[in-house]
Write a protein that binds this ligand. Structure first.
Ligand SMILES: Nc1nc2c(ncn2[C@@H]2O[C@H](COP(=O)(O)OP(=O)(O)OP(=O)(O)O)[C@@H](O)[C@H]2O)c(=O)[nH]1
Ligand SMILES: [Mg+2]
Length: 268
């Protein structure tokens, strides 16, 4: 297999970085913290991938959108996962940013778009226009700020209104700032919110990276399995364009590894 070394030091295998190759279904953060019972890829999905029968399907996976209050740590979460960096200085997101990550899941190449929205009220109008068609909704709160947890119900409601039957996640950040007792306390409350929203809970730290990669891998596995299952049941009918986004999923891609970053700025 062709291998290249990126400037960041990540090794690229067939257009996908070696640390973006998923061969096993990533488990939930905690078995009691999820409404999703999946612990493995569906047998039909596994068979289709093994037999190279995923076709040239234009699966509309995987668009992920991050929402949540100002300064809860959305951008840091994305930056830790996509660039393995952490910035302690707060720089507010203006409008919306997005990142593109390529994965190989069971040998199938997929692209994940990660939309990082601004928490500031004045950008809400723009951010909301990017929720459409998302298959992964990630509502983020700061585990040191209880108010931000209370607001997650509304964020989830708004984001899901135009999303595409999304996999739902409630992600707590800044775990590194909590004592074990304080963490246990907020976790108990967060689990109640997650259960009420029918979302899967994860606790993370972008500062030290705790659970960040596992969380994104879990999101990709869930979305991939669900979408491919749907496509298989539909008999690979030509995929419909839903919303603004259509992401190609192909068995083999000749694309070079690429990283796009786009900023949409607004208003008021
Ligand atoms: N200690 C610690 N600080 C964090 C963590 N995540 C984020 N922060 C800090 O929290 C502040 C806000 O982080 P951002 O990621 O910019 O917050 P945001 O949610 O993107 O904010 P908006 O773009 O305004 O919506 C920054 O000063 C970060 O350094 C974390 O896991 N641990
Ligand atoms: Mg931000």
């Amino acid at each position: 297999m062709p291998r290249n070394k990126m400037s960041s030091g990540r090794t690229i295998v067939s257009a996908v970085a070696s640390d973006r190759v998923i061969t096993k279904f990533t488990q939930a953060f905690h078995p009691d913290a999820t409404p999703y019972q999946k612990v493995n890829f569906h047998p039909k999905v596994k068979a289709a991938c093994a037999e190279n029968k995923t076709g040239r399907v234009g699966l509309k996976i995987a668009k992920a959108v991050l929402v949540g209050d100002v300064s809860v740590g959305k951008t840091c979460l994305v930056n830790r996962f996509c660039h393995d960096v952490f910035d302690r200085e707060y720089k507010a997101t203006i409008g919306v940013d997005f990142e593109v990550e390529k994965f190989s899941v069971l040998g199938v190449h997929i692209t994940l778009q990660v939309w990082d929205t601004a928490g500031q009220e004045r950008f809400k109008c723009i951010a909301a226009s990017y929720y459409r068609g998302a298959q992964i909704v990630i509502v983020v709160f700061d585990m040191t700020d209880e108010e931000s947890l209370h607001h997650t119900v509304k964020w989830m409601e708004d984001a899901c209104a135009t999303a595409d039957e999304p996999v739902k996640f409630l992600v707590g950040t800044k775990k590194d700032l909590l004592s074990p007792a304080a963490y246990s306390d907020i976790e108990t409350r967060a689990l109640k919110y997650a259960s009420q929203m029918e979302a899967e809970f994860w606790a993370t730290s972008s500062k030290n990276g705790e659970n960040v990669q596992d969380f994104f891998f879990r999101a990709v596995c869930m979305s991939f399995d669900t979408s491919l299952q749907k496509e298989l049941e539909a008999g690979f009918a030509p995929s419909k364009k839903i919303g603004n986004d259509l992401i190609q999923v192909q068995r083999s891609s000749s694309d070079l590894y690429e990283r796009k970053k786009k900023s949409s700025k607004c208003c008021n």
